[in-house]
Design a protein around this ligand. Structure first.
Ligand code: ADP
Ligand code: MG
Length: 472
C-alpha cells in the first residue's frame, strides 16, 4: 500500500477542487499544532506566523532514513574526538587560517585556551548532520553542524499536521505510517545532565539568541522542558552579555548577577555577529567553567575544512583505530570533497571545477546559508582567487537530489504547486565528563524542503519549508 504513495500524493496535488479546502485545513491544523515562527523583524514583537511547510509529507526510502539515524551517534563520537585532537585541528586548519580571518580568530581563541590549560572537563555536544539523497537512492552528507543546533519539537508537531492532512484526504492508513520516534525531552535531558554535572542549584542556562530570531518557539520548547526540572533559562543577545558578564576567582561565569552553568550559542557563527568587544566576550566565555555548547574546539570541528579533510584516505581511521565497520559506515555517507590547498592536488581540483562547474559546490568556512557558490560563480571565484586565497574554500561534488512535486504552504504567500528537493538533518546530543562519555543519543530530525530551481533554500526567503518524511 505505502509503495503507491508517491503516485497517490501526485494525484492529490492535481485535484484542483480539493486543493483550496485542503490548504485551508492544513493552515488551521498547523496553527492548532503550533507549527509557528516569529515573522521577520519588521513586524510587531508579538506577531506570530506559520512556519512554512509542505502540504504533503515527502516520500523517502525507509532504509536511507534509518541509515542517517543510525550513523548519527558515530558522528557524535567523531566530532567529539576531533575536538580533542589538537594536532589534527592545527594541521587541518593551518592553510585556512592564513586566508580566512574569521576562522583564524576562532582558532586563536582555541590556542589560547589550550595554552592556559583550560580544556573543558564537561562537554555537551548538540550536533546535526545534513544529507541529501543523491539520485534519490543514496544518502550523501551535505555538512556537519556543531553550532547553533536546536531541536525544539517542531518536527513532531508537523507530523501531527501531516497526519491530519492525510486523514482529511481519506488516507487514514497512511496517516498512521507517519511517525516521530524521538521524545521531545531528549535534547533537554542532555542539557539538564550537563547542568547537573556543573553542580550548582542556583546556576542557570544562558541561551544566546537575538530577540528577532524567527525560530523563537523552538527555543521556548527547550526552555519549557528544562523548567520542568526546575532549570532556568535566561535569553540574552551577545551585546547584552558583553555589558554584564564577569568571571569570579574560580572562573565561574556570572551574567546579571546569575551564575551560568551552560552557555548555549544559538548565534555567533558569522563574522557580522562579532565586534571587538564580542570577540573579547567569546574568550571570556571559553575561559569560564560554564559548559559551552559548543566549546571553541567543537566549533572548529564543525568547519567545512575539517569535513573535507575527514574524507581523505586514512583520516577516519585515526579517530576509529581498529573499528573498520565504523569507518565504513561513516565514509559511506561522504560524497567527493576536494582540498584547494596550494599544490598539485589543489590544482587538479581547480581544473576539474573549471571544466565542469555545474558538477560542484564551492564552500567557504561559513554557516547559516547563502554563502556557497554554484555553476558559473565557481569559475568566477576561482579565477579571481588563483593563489593562496582559494584555500579559504573547499570544493564538493554537487549532490543530485531528485525533485518531487509538493505545495509550500505559508501564511502570506499563495500556495503554488512546485517541484521540491529535500535535505534531511539528524541531530544528536552527547555529554562527556573528562574521558567518560556519559550519553550519546539521537535527538530528532529536521526535514527541510526547497523549490528545486533554487540552489539553496531558507524559510525566510519563501523558497524553503519544513516537512516530514513519509517512509516507503
Ligand atoms: P551552511 O553551513 O551555510 O548551511 P551548507 O553546506 O549546508 O552550508 O550548504 C547550504 C545549502 O547549499 C544546503 O542546504 C544545500 O541546499 C546546498 N548544498 C550544499 N552542499 C551541497 C552539495 N554538495 N550538493 C548540492 N547542494 C548543496
Ligand atoms: Mg546547512
Amino acid at each position: 500500500m505505502s509503495r503507491s504513495c508517491p503516485g497517490l500524493f501526485e494525484a492529490l496535488l492535481k485535484d484542483e477542487a480539493l486543493l483550496q479546502p485542503l490548504v485551508e485545513f492544513a493552515r488551521d491544523a498547523a496553527c492548532l499544532h503550533g507549527v509557528l515562527m516569529r515573522p521577520p523583524p519588521t513586524m510587531k514583537p508579538a506577531h506570530v506566523t506559520l512556519m512554512p511547510f509542505t502540504l504533503l509529507p515527502i516520500p523517502m526510502p525507509r532504509a536511507l532514513y534509518f541509515q542517517a539515524v543510525e550513523v548519527q551517534t558515530l558522528f557524535n563520537t567523531l566530532v567529539d574526538r576531533v575536538s580533542q585532537d589538537e594536532a589534527f585541528l592545527e594541521q587541518t586548519l593551518s592553510s585556512t587560517i592564513e586566508v580566512d580571518d574569521f576562522t583564524a580568530r576562532l582558532f586563536h581563541i582555541y590556542k589560547q585556551i589550550q595554552r592556559e590549560g583550560r580544556t573543558p572537563s564537561i562537554v555537551l555536544g548538540l550536533n546535526r548532520c545534513d544529507y541529501m539523497l543523491d539520485q534519490g537512492s543514496s544518502l550523501k552528507q551535505v555538512e556537519i553542524n556543531t553550532f547553533a543546533v536546536g531541536m525544539g519539537g517542531l518536527s513532531a508537531r508537523l507530523v501531527e499536521v501531516h497526519r491530519d492532512v492525510l486523514r482529511f484526504v481519506g488516507l487514514p492508513e497512511q496517516s498512521e505510517q507517519l511517525q516521530y520516534d524521538h521524545p521531545p525531552t531528549v535534547q533537554a535531558s542532555a542539557v539538564a545532565k550537563a547542568w547537573e554535572l556543573y553542580g550548582s542549584h542556583r546556576a542557570v542556562v544562558l541561551l544566546l539568541t537575538l530577540p528577532t530570531n524567527y525560530n523563537r518557539y523552538e527555543q521556548r520548547n527547550l526552555q519549557m522542558a528544562l523548567l520542568k526540572w526546575n532549570i532556568c533559562v535566561i535569553r540574552r543577545s551577545l551585546e547584552e552579555v558583553c555589558a554584564s558578564a564577569s568571571l569570579d576567582e574560580e572562573n565561574r561565569l556570572f551574567v546579571d548577577g546569575r551564575e551560568i552553568a551552560v552557555v548555549y550559542f544559538r548565534y555567533g557563527h558569522a563574522p557580522d555577529h562579532y565586534t571587538e568587544q564580542i570577540w573579547d566576550l567569546r574568550l571570556l566565555l571559553e575561559r569560564s567553567r560554564a559548559v559551552k555548547v559548543p566549546d571553541i574546539a567543537t566549533h572548529l570541528a564543525g568547519t567545512k575544512k575539517v569535513q573535507q579533510v575527514l574524507s581523505e584516505p586514512g583520516v577516519l581511521e585515526r579517530f576509529f583505530p581498529e573499528r573498520p565497520h565504523v569507518v565504513e559506515q561513516i565514509r559511506a555517507t561522504f560524497t567527493g570533497l576536494y582540498s584547494l590547498d596550494l599544490g598539485p592536488e589543489g590544482d587538479r581540483a581547480v581544473d576539474m571545477a573549471l571544466a565542469a562547474p555545474e558538477r560542484f559546490v564551492l564552500k567557504p568556512q561559513r554557516e547559516g546559508g547563502g554563502n556557497n557558490f554554484f555553476g558559473s560563480d565557481i569559475s568566477r571565484v576561482l579565477t579571481e582567487a588563483p593563489g593562496k586565497e582559494r584555500t579559504a574554500y573547499i570544493l564538493m561534488d554537487k549532490i543530485q537530489a531528485t525533485p518531487s512535486p509538493n505545495i509550500i504552504v505559508s501564511a502570506e504567500r499563495p500556495p503554488v504547486l512546485t517541484d521540491c528537493t529535500c535535505e534531511l538533518g539528524v541531530a544528536g546530543a552527547y555529554v562527556r565528563q573528562g574521558r567518560d562519555v556519559l550519553s550519546n543519543e539521537v535527538v530528532g530530525y529536521l526535514l527541510r524542503s526547497k523549490m528545486a530551481e533554487h540552489v539553496e533554500g531558507g524559510v525566510a526567503s519563501g523558497r524553503g519549508a519544513r516537512s516530514s518524511p513519509f517512509l516507503i
